[in-house]
Write a protein that binds this ligand. Structure first.
Ligand code: MN
Ligand code: MN
Length: 461
């Protein structure tokens, strides 16, 4: 028999001892608490800053020079983070980036959300990212975000996370009256303009009309000092109000909201905070707006990362010319840390068995994403895949290869293409999920731990 002649799949839990299992479960418990606490890009950014500062990272602004081993971070408008551990090699020899996104699919409030209809006050929503709308009915929702008054005062809002808080919900039709909807197309039965959230039902006697809406506004004014027009300068997001929980008799999985992509963002953060003095500068890049195409100045298509890297280059080199930044980027490597779709035995018709990732079978490498004939994919080179594969195998990281479902069934994209466009060798590498983009996604604990270990090994390569 020739060793390793045949590639064989393996469940990560198949040959580990109790001690290692305990390490995995302990790490995942910290992750579970983190994603229960930080549900939006702004909240995750704040939590990230805290983790970084506890690990000795300092703000980049105001630094006069950077030396090997220095730990700095930059915050992009409260919705993105970029952390660096300066390496011993010159920065022009390239950096090792682990890039993830911290926005997740959700329901945003419309700029003028509040209205009253037949004695019930509602908030109108505009969904953000790719959702199956019916999944957002009849679940407890919490409201998170910020209202900025015209004088610039920002009021943070989080309602629905504490047990004593009220929650919100979108009611669905009772089965007794839903027969017509049962035979309709799902896309027609669940109209985006019906994603209206119930928020109040008490009439306020001092109002002349729309007495319930008035009552809600009065409460908001008393508690937060805001008026109806302030909604127009707010970012308020409805997300599932429940906590992430262990899943299964054996607790081998975690179900919860927004593993996509906080499972990669959190593990990337933990990887960089446990990185000492690498040879190449290690970078943890957390961006916003991936779910809507990486647009805008907090998304990966922004020049923000180049601007920050230019600054780090100049502080490392003691001088600056544009060539340093260009050289640095050309020599850099990136793991686009994002989730994939794990094979779901209940829906075998959309997966290709040989090229799907499986739950708890290790960190997922996805050579290309995109749709149809790889449209919209950066398609990592064989040379780069080999390099990453070698790093993982040298460091005992169980990994697997997989793409997103059958060819021509659907598709998707990540930040990989935008990082690759900067002339950086890039490959998608993350955790495979069940129920991706639903309010309650499922991730395997072994995979979560492998993401942490894999990102750390890459940052130190
Ligand atoms: Mn994602
Ligand atoms: Mn996504």
């Amino acid at each position: 028999m020739i060793d390793n002649l045949i590639y064989e799949r393996k469940n990560g839990f198949s040959d580990i001892d109790e001690k290692k299992k305990e390490r995995i479960f302990d790490f995942c418990e910290e992750y579970r608490l983190a994603i229960t606490k930080a549900k939006t890009e702004r909240e995750f950014c704040s939590m990230g800053i805290q983790l970084l500062e506890e690990a000795g990272f300092e703000v980049l602004d105001g630094k006069k020079a950077l030396q090997p081993g220095d730990r700095v971070y930059y915050v992009n408008r409260g919705k993105g983070l970029c952390a660096f551990v300066v390496g011993t090699e010159p920065i022009t020899s390239g950096v090792n980036i682990v890039g993830a996104h911290i926005d997740s699919p959700r329901l945003d409030l419309k700029p003028q959300p509040l209205y009253e209809d037949n004695g019930i006050a509602f908030l109108k929503t505009h969904y953000y990212g790719g959702i199956r709308k019916y999944q957002w009915y009849n679940i407890p929702l919490s409201l998170h975000g910020v209202v900025v008054k015209k004088d610039g005062t920002a009021i943070d809002i989080s309602i629905g996370e504490n047990d004593e808080d009220p929650i919100f919900c979108i009611t669905d039709l009772l089965p007794h009256l839903a027969s017509k909807y049962g035979t309709m197309k799902v896309s027609e039965a669940f109209d985006a303009e019906k994603l209206n959230v119930i928020v109040g039902n008490i009439v306020c006697s001092e109002a002349e009309k729309e007495k319930v809406k008035y009552g809600v506004l009065k409460l908001l004014n008393e508690k937060y000092g805001i008026c109806e027009a302030d909604f127009m300068s707010s970012e308020l997001e409805l997300v599932p109000a429940f906590a992430a929980r262990d899943l299964g008799f054996d607790r081998s999985m975690i179900s919860g909201y927004g593993h996509d992509d906080r499972v990669c963002a959190y593990t990337a953060l933990r990887a960089i905070t446990s990185t000492g003095k690498p040879s190449k500068t290690a970078v943890c890049l957390l961006v916003d707006k991936e779910e809507i195409g990486s647009m805008g100045n907090t998304g990966m298509q922004s020049r923000n990362f180049e601007n920050v890297l230019a600054k780090v280059c100049s502080l490392c080199m003691g001088s600056y010319n544009e060539l340093m930044l260009r050289e640095c980027l050309s020599n850099s490597a990136c793991l686009s840390a994002d989730v994939g779709a794990a094979y779901d035995p209940n829906f075998p018709e959309v997966y290709e068995r040989n090229n799907s990732p499986y739950l708890n079978e290790g960190l997922l490498l996805t050579k290309y994403t995109g749709a149809r004939g790889k449209s919209g994919s950066s398609d990592a080179s064989a040379e780069f895949v080999a390099r990453i594969r070698n790093i993982f195998e040298e460091n005992g990281i169980l990994w697997q290869s997989g793409e997103l479902g059958k060819t021509d069934i659907g598709g998707g994209g990540t930040i990989a293409q935008f990082v690759a466009n900067l002339d950086v060798d890039t490959i998608d590498c993350g955790v495979a999920l069940l129920g991706m983009h639903s309010p309650n996604e499922v991730a395997g604990k072994f995979d979560i731990y492998m993401a942490y270990k894999g990102y750390k090994a890459f940052m130190n390569s």
